[in-house]
Ligand binder design. Sequence first.
Ligand SMILES: Cc1cc2nc3c(=O)[nH]c(=O)nc-3n(C[C@H](O)[C@H](O)[C@H](O)COP(=O)(O)OP(=O)(O)OC[C@H]3O[C@@H](n4cnc5c(N)ncnc54)[C@H](O)[C@@H]3O)c2cc1C
Length: 440
Amino acid sequence: MTIFLPEPHLLDSPRGREWPHYPAFGAGAPAGPPPRAANVVIVGAGLAGLAIASALWHLDVRDVVLLDRDGRPARRFFDRVDMLDQRVLRSPYGHHPGVEGYRDCELMDFARLHWGLLTPVERREIRMAQAGHRSVVPIDVFEAYCRHVSTIHHVTANTWRSTVRAVRPETETLTVYTDTGAVSTRYVVLCVGEERRSAPTMWWPDDRPPPKVSYWDEPVPAGIESLVVVGAGLTAAHLLANAVNAGQRVEWVLRQPEERYQCSDVNASFFRAEGRARFDGVAWSDRLALMGRERRATVMFEFQPLLRAAEASGQLTVHRGRPVTSVGASTVSLSDGRQVRGDHVVLALGTTMASGEHLLPAKLVGARDGWADLDESTLAYRGEPRVFAVGATAGMVLGPAARNIDGHRVATARVSTTIATRLAAGASALPDFERSDALV
Ligand SMILES: Cc1cc2nc3c(=O)[nH]c(=O)nc-3n(C[C@H](O)[C@H](O)[C@H](O)COP(=O)(O)OP(=O)(O)OC[C@H]3O[C@@H](n4cnc5c(N)ncnc54)[C@H](O)[C@@H]3O)c2cc1C
């Protein structure tokens, strides 16, 4: 049997190229506070919020306000990948935050339009995508494309820096309360993404990590000689690779018996309709089991040669199947009693999904096993049909891909058409799904 290992150089790609700027209209962020009323408020202007706002624009829903803590579309995503020095997406060219069904300019079209700016390796990846194979997308291309999508659909121009504190239903409208005031609206789409997962507090005596311990989305201090990384996913792999390339001694602590290498984040079948069909009409308990199986941490195949070579040379030590029992300043204690040391410890424990409970009254969220109770066809909360959820929150409807770019595309098609149809029908239109049965 031939085992194909993608080459590590696919992980490299230049960052910070000069991409041409697209039409100046609506390119700048708005001045002043957000408007006091809008037809639709999107909470969170990440990749999910960007996709929803762009789709609504095509459906002629233009009175849209995006509220984001960072104030710029997709900022959090790019800050996170740059922090890790991640140069390529895990998603292939087929995944894009543009709008399903409106072929204005897709990610691959955009890359091909800028052929002259691409490296030979990047060009070859586009040919792979055109031939229907798995492809690797440069972060630099993806960011320029997101800026383009954001500009042409007036998303940047409609995004205000604001932290949303609560969404409260009134009789006719909803009120979105923020740190800068309140916005009255007819529909709210929650696109709040995922926060980093905190370590169990029993890992340390006080409520917060000791000095010399940080999380994956914080900078690793410069000038250290050794690093301990806890976690089994792609963020851990980037931290390890950066440390190996910088000549540091590295300790990798894994709870699982071994690391898992995989091209995409979740099994690629979940990006297609037949994968999602494994969720449709399936009992809640089966979905929970499937999510538990599929949401395991994996590392892109391209890391394998580097990490294996570092382990063989003794620069990297991998502690497989060793759960952490406690973390001190520069030490990690393992379940077998051993202690791992380094100048710095980074916890790459992944992310957690938000059900919406921090913004909506709990009874409207109807959370079950931590997941929001969403209508299957529209992704609206059954307890409040004027509020929708896109992104990881929709996982129990859309399956493991819900948290990825491709899942946003599927969610966007459902949510944007529902909102546009209801707005066109007038405020009195009653959503059909209010009568639909909950999952058993
Ligand atoms: C390092 C890394 C690499 C990844 N690589 C890939 C990849 O290659 N392919 C892929 O498909 N996915 C990837 N992902 C997953 C990726 O995070 C999602 O695809 C995407 O970012 C999710 O988009 P989102 O809009 O749901 O969330 P985010 O991008 O997190 O956006 C949510 C936004 O909402 C804002 N927000 C949250 N709460 C509030 C509030 N109360 N008020 C105002 N604003 C708020 C946040 O500040 C943020 O800007 C990666 C994730 C990480 C961490």
